[in-house]
Ligand binder design. Structure first.
Ligand code: PMV
Length: 335
């Protein structure tokens, strides 16, 4: 039996623009997905998730890379779309571990326990995929280096998300800390410890829809294309400010980035309400994180004011502090 965990992330700068080759800077936060795997004597998979949906579910099916939908027999009744998404990521991660360890027939019991809200811009799927590949490949006797782990996790996201995935989430979760992603170039960057405050509206955005909305705007209007380019400029300036430890400027640039994302149509009333509550409370900066449409905002505030203001914001259902987590995927003691 092996257990691994991997962190979620926030985008400090650059979501959406990263899809068009601009750089982005995601940072891992201290909220993890933990995955325990145990090899079985047959080639089937049994996946148990306590937090992938509010109710939790368990599902057992013929694995062996086929994913064989018809063989799936959920223990409990959950929507097919949720099962499809969750088992798609797990199937892909298990296939990658089998391939890495060259044990194509391996079956597993997989148990997932995540502290990261689903589909809310905090990289929950990447964290689950990274932790699953890490644990399952170790269970089969192969230890993957963080970059190899990141690449395999990216392949899974790319397939499950029909090609609409950048390397940002998976690289960040596998390696930890603040990273810079530009196309296939990914590297860690120096960043001071950032006082993140997260606000969550309880909802999700549809990443594929939001990405295609930006693509259409960009094709229709040259000023939308310029807006995407301007986000790239913010990221470059933000990288410099981060490396110089100029946190106030980092905050100012986050505000700028949020404004441009809103101009591209990917914010939401609830996200704007949380961003403004944070700013009014004196946060150094605040912006949506991830695809947008709903989900989370990230603010910078070393004090308690932003958390308190978010707690009183109607649109915010949960708020928590999260330090920058310098560690990526890691082995955990057995539960
Ligand atoms: O919402 P998330 O965490 O899946 O982030 C999506 C970020 C996008 O830039 C919109 C898409 C991508 O794959 O980079």
């Amino acid at each position: 039996m092996q257990t691994s965990s991997a962190p979620g992330k926030v985008y400090l700068f650059g979501e959406h623009a990263v899809v068009y080759g601009e750089p982005a800077i995601p940072c891992t936060i201290e909220r993890r997905a933990t995955v325990t795997v145990e090899q079985r004597s047959d080639d089937r998979l049994r996946v148990e998730a306590s937090d992938l949906s509010l109710e939790g579910f368990a599902v057992e099916y013929g694995g062996n890379g086929s994913g064989g939908k018809s063989e799936r027999s959920p223990d409990i009744d959950v929507p097919e779309s949720l099962l499809e998404a969750a088992t798609g990521y797990i199937d892909g991660a298990i296939s990658q571990a089998r391939e890495a360890a060259r044990v194509p027939e391996a079956g597993f019991e997989v148990s997932i326990d995540s502290e990261i809200p689903l589909g809310a811009g905090l990289g929950s799927s990447a964290a689950v995929v990274v932790a699953t590949i890490d644990a399952a490949s170790r269970e089969l006797g192969t230890k993957l280096e963080p970059r190899a782990l990141a690449e395999r996790a990216y392949q899974v996201e790319y397939e499950v998300q029909d090609g609409q995935a950048s390397r940002a989430d998976t690289f960040c979760s596998a390696t930890g800390g603040a990273v810079r992603v530009e196309g296939s170039e990914c590297r860690p960057i120096d960043a001071p410890n950032l006082p993140f405050v997260i606000g969550y509206d309880g909802g999700t955005g549809d990443t594929a829809d939001l990405v295609s909305g930006v693509r259409e705007l960009r094709e229709q209007y040259s000023f939308a294309a310029d807006t995407v380019g301007a986000i790239g400029d913010i990221v470059r300036e933000g990288e410099r400010a981060l490396e110089a430890g100029e946190i106030e400027q980092v905050g100012e640039l986050m505000n700028f980035d949020h404004g441009l994302l809103a101009a591209l149509g990917v914010s939401a009333r609830s996200l704007d309400a949380m961003v403004w509550a944070a700013r009014d409370a004196g946060a150094l900066g605040a912006k949506l994180t991830g695809a947008g449409g709903g989900g989370c905002i990230v603010a910078l505030d070393p004090g308690e004011e932003t958390s308190q203001a978010l707690r009183y914001t109607v649109d915010c259902v949960e708020t928590f502090r999260a330090e920058l987590d310098a560690e990526g995927a890691r082995q955990e003691d057995r539960p």
